[in-house]
Design a protein around this ligand. Sequence first.
Ligand code: 4NP
Length: 167
Amino acid sequence: MSDEPRTSPRSVLFVCLGNICRSPLAEGVFEQLAGEAGLQDELRIDSAGTGSWHIGDPPDPRSIEVAQRHGVELRSRGRQVSASDFREFDLILAMDRSNLQELQQIRDELAQDEATAKLRLFREFDPEADGDLEVPDPYFGGPGGFDTVYAMVLRGCRELLAEFERD
Ligand code: 4NP
């Protein structure tokens, strides 16, 4: 163990539009991986939406189903991003560019100088992203979309965990 201060992130907030499809799935998968790595008590993992339609709602049944099929339980309830998130989380990961733009706007309007969180696109952590850095919104599509999203989320969360385990 070194006495150097820790530089790896300790907290992450996954953000999409509604906080019922993509970001709760990422939250659940990352919690599972962190638990398997024995890091569950050290990390803060959460998700939120830029929109307010689904505050208090459970995840979309299609996200719950795809997660369950892979042995992951989704326990989150919908909430909207707030200014304090930009102070409280080390990393805020947007599922698509529209989410990212909204987050930048919220940060600039509400959180300003006190915003310490790093804001990134989640798929920057997906080794198979191949330049396409968005997790597509599956809400209006068929159930197959949720399998695609799950695969992206799993790949991204595995890489993300390595970032958290750096030191
Ligand atoms: P999410 O998907 O952003 O992945 O949670 C959506 C969920 C709900 C809506 C849009 C996207 N909606 O319009 O209610």
